[in-house]
Every structure is written in C-alpha cells, then in structure tokens.
Design a binder for this molecule. Structure first.
Ligand code: NAD
Length: 484
C-alpha cells in the first residue's frame, strides 16, 4: 500500500508549501510504503492562523462547555467505531502488534474523550472575599478561559493515545490546536482530525502539520500566536523546547522519558511480580515511557527472579507482528535499533551478566531480542539511561532503605512499581520514591481520571484527569465595585 499523506489545515488536506515530503518506512521489511508532507514554517503559520481564527472569531468560540462536551462524545463514538482502523494505523507504522493498541491505546483514547466531555462543563471559577476598594465593597470572581492556540507535539510510540490525552483536555477547555505528530507516525493523528470533522468540530479547531521536530516543532515553539506547547518525547527535545518556548513566555508542559524502577521484595507474590515485570519490560517492544527497565530485587530471591525473567525473555516469540503467535515485533526505526544494540554492548562491556538476548543482527527488519542483564549496578549506563527497547537490568538490594535509595538515584522520576505483601512497607516505599506515579503489586493504570506525568528529568506538569483540562485554562479575576 502506498500512502500519500498531507497536512490537515482548516479542514482540508494540504501539501507542504515547498512540496517536499518525508518517506515512511516499514520497520518489518525496511521498505518505503508511503510519504507524508514535510512541513515548513509557512505551513505552521497557516495552521496557527486557522486555529487562531476559530479561537477568536469562529463558531467554536460561541460554543459553551456543554456543547463542546457533546462534540467530544460524538468524537469518542467515532474513534470507538474506528477502533480497528486506528489500531492498525498505529501498529503498522512502528511494527507493533495491533492487539495492543486495540486493547489499550484506542479504548484509553475513547475513555479520555468521554471523560473530557464531562470536564468541559465543569471548568468553574471562584468567588473570592476581599477587603474591598478604598472603603467600598466589591465582588471579585474568577473565570476559566482557554489558554489559546496549543501546539501539541507527539512521539511515535503510542501516537493516537498520546495525541488524545492532549486533544481531549484542550478541547474541553475551549482551546484550538495544531498537532505535530512524529515524522514516523502521522497516520492516526490525520485520521483523528478527519473523524473530528465528521463529528462536527468546526474546521480550523483541529489542525495537523506533519514533519520534523527541528522544522515544524521548532516553528510551533517560536510562533507568536501559540500560547502553550504540550510536548511528549525525549528529555533532549524537551530541553530545547524549554529554551525556545520558555523564553517567549509560553506555557510549556513536558512529558518526558523514564528509567522506572520495579522494586521486588523477598515477600513479593513471585508469579505476579514476574508477570508484571515482564509486561513492564516488553510491552510495545519496551518503547514505553514508563517501561520498568530497572528491576531492583531483594537478595533472597534475586537469583531465582533474574533467572525466571531471563526464561520469560527467551520465551518471547519475535517476528512479524502480523504472523500468528508472534509476541514481539521490531523496534520502530533504524536509529532506535542502533541505540538499543549500542546499550546492550555497553552493558556487556561494563561487566553486567547477560542472561538472555544480546546484540541483534537480523537479516532484515529492526528486530531486537528481549534482553536481560543481571549482577548490574546503578552506575552502569544500562541502569541510568533510558534505552527505549526490550532490555531489563536487574540490580540486587538488601534493605528497604537501600531499595528506596537506588530507586531515587536516577535523573528520572516518572513511575515506580512496588511488589510486596507487606502493606505497611508498600505505603512507606510508595511515599518515599520520587516519581509521578506508583503502582503497588500492579502497574499504575493509564486511566482517564488519573493524572499522569513525572518529576525531575521526566517532565513538568500533568496530563489526564480534571486537572489535565484545567491546565489548558487561564484564571482571570474580575472585580466589580458595589457602591451602597
Ligand atoms: P523525540 O523527542 O525525538 O520526538 C518527540 C516529538 O518531538 C516528535 O514529534 C519530534 O518530531 C518532535 N521534536 C523533536 N525535536 C524537537 C524540537 N527540537 N523541537 C520541537 N519538536 C521536536 O522523542 P521520540 O523518539 O519520538 O519518543 C521517545 C521519547 O518519548 C522517550 O524518551 C519516551 O520516554 C518519551 N515518552 C514519554 C511519555 C510520557 O508520557 N512521559 C510517553 C511516551 C513517550
């Protein structure tokens, strides 16, 4: 199939202003299967102007929260209707099995849109008692107004779901948006924009400009009429976005990477912990921001647990995710393949014990073998850096204090999981770890009502939940003089 994808601006498909394009490559076959428009600053300008028009003068501005909510419900229904189409688009673009997005990403997107439909009508202000105005009474109240045009910059690992986290919340708040999907995965954002048009969103509320971060992403960050950048991606790009958008006084929300610890105590429910750690390591080929790639195991069970993890890794069937029985596809792109292999080699060179997997040299396709290292320490590159691939690093600890110290000895702070049957310890450790989300004997669920985000290098701000929608508003205070 050859795909020829264009921007979606003011309700219409548009080529790049200079006609240039980006090739789309299949990670299983390494063949080019289509292309998308390579956006320019001029394209961004056009999209922002369309979004600005709707925000200031369009039909969108006239809608109240309940009306925006009704549109969000319609969009949720259409996304649900197209579950298989959207799951296939995201899966094929990065060589993932469509079963994962069908079961997780798309239902999560639908749930976010439905939850946001309710939030749209609840963005209330406050009435605030004051001391009056030079002896005369006043009434002061606040209203929540949309922050403005949003630039939503999205990575490739879960394109639809992450786009909708931003979109649902910002639409609930009454904002308009220019979405910049990853250059590898523009398909689902474009389909989503078409569904929004079908749902009845006015043209120009949702625009999509495809292209590279250094071109389209940067132009969005520099654009004078973009009020907020909502970014999900790597810390490196996040840092640059802060430098560009921050100095222009834009709101900046950053959902960045992680090196999340899974803390397994001696008294953990062994099989549950093993299943949980395996899932946390290998779902989406390990290309998950909250991947539990640092597995801290208490000494009493460390050897047995590492051996069981290695066995689970060896049992994973790697191949074309469209073939029956295959559990893991390739990583998404050549750069990612090289990066993962580089880290595996570093793990070997720095003295960790390779229990399963290793450097991969497939004939064709960017396939990486699920890899487990044991006898590692927290100073090694495989324990410190986000690899973003199916690689787990097992580190042994003796005491609870040591486990917490190891967990917190990271530049990242996105998520953590605690596996124990000791209730008091579970709460102590959950309180002590410096992250945005903790799961106890489970993965912190991606639920539309829960906030999501990190601390330290894992980011700034939270998406999800009611607070996620409030983050797309400004609070304005109005004071009325009340002479008697
Ligand atoms: P990336 O930072 O390379 O790219 C993310 C997006 O930003 C892409 O659309 C890219 O084109 C754009 N971009 C890149 N440089 C830019 C710049 N200078 N200015 C503006 N835009 C720019 O990340 P990636 O490789 O696509 O995704 C992997 C990263 O995303 C990992 O670090 C992962 O942990 C993180 N991630 C975080 C979360 C979360 O919720 N915290 C979720 C998913 C992925």
């Amino acid at each position: 199939m050859t795909e020829h994808l264009n921007h979606f601006i003011a309700g219409t498909g548009v080529e790049a202003s200079d006609g240039r394009r980006i090739a789309l490559v299949n990670p299983v076959t390494e063949q080019v299967y289509g292309s998308c428009a390579r956006g320019t600053a001029e394209d961004v300008d056009r999209a922002v102007a369309a979004a600005q028009r709707q925000l200031e003068h369009g039909a969108w501005r006239q809608l109240d929260g309940a009306q925006r909510g009704r549109l969000l419900v319609k969009l949720a229904d259409l996304v649900e209707r197209d579950t298989d189409v959207l799951a296939d688009l995201d899966a094929d673009a990065i060589g993932r099995s469509p079963l994962e997005p069908r079961r997780l990403d798309v239902p999560n997107a639908v749930a976010n849109l439905r939850a946001a439909a309710g939030w749209a009508n609840q963005l209330e202000g406050r009435t605030i008692p004051t001391g009056g105005y030079f002896g005369t009474k006043t009434l002061s109240y606040t209203v929540r107004e949309p922050v403005g045009v949003v630039g939503a910059i999205v990575p490739w690992n879960s394109p639809l779901m992450i786009t909708v986290w931003k979109l649902a919340a910002l639409l609930a708040a009454g904002c308009t948006v220019v979405i910049k999907p990853s250059e590898e995965t523009p398909q689902s954002a474009l389909h989503l924009a078409a569904l929004a048009q079908e749902a009845g969103f006015p043209d120009g509320v949702i625009n999509v400009v495809t292209g590279y971060g250094a071109e389209v992403g940067r132009a969005l960050c520099e654009h004078p009429h973009v009020a907020k950048i909502s970014f999900t991606g790597s810390p490196e790009a996040g840092r640059e976005i802060q430098r560009t958008a921050g100095v222009l006084f834009k709101h900046v929300a950053l959902e960045l990477g992680g090196k999340s610890p899974q803390i397994v105590f001696d008294d953990a429910p062994f099989d549950d912990a093993l299943r949980g750690c395996t899932l946390g390591l290998f779902a989406n080929q390990g290309q998950v921001c909250a991947a539990g790639s640092r597995i801290l195991v208490q000494r009493g069970i460390a050897e047995r647990f590492a051996a069981a993890l290695a066995e689970a890794a060896r049992a994973v069937k790697v191949g074309d995710p469209r073939e029956p029985g295959v559990q893991m596809g390739p990583v998404a792109k050549k750069a990612q393949f090289d990066r993962v292999n580089r880290y595996i080699q570093l793990g070997i060179d720095q003295g960790a014990t390779l229990l399963a997997g290793g450097v991969s040299t497939p004939e064709r396709g960017w396939f990486v073998r699920p890899t487990i290292f044991a006898n590692a320490n927290n100073e090694m590159a495989i324990a410190r850096d986000e690899i973003f691939g199916p690689v787990g690093t097992v580190i042994t600890f003796d005491s609870e204090e040591e486990a917490v110290a190891l967990a917190n000895d990271s530049t990242y702070g996105l998520a953590a999981t605690v596996w124990t049957t000791d209730l008091a310890r579970a709460h102590r450790v959950a309180a002590a770890v410096k992250v945005g989300a903790v799961g106890v004997n489970c993965w912190s669920p991606l639920d539309a009502n829960l906030p999501w985000g990190g601390v330290k290098t894992s980011g700034i701000g939270r998406e999800g939940g009611f607070g996620g929608a409030m983050a797309y508003t400004e609070e304005k205070v109005i004071t009325v003089l009340l002479p008697t």
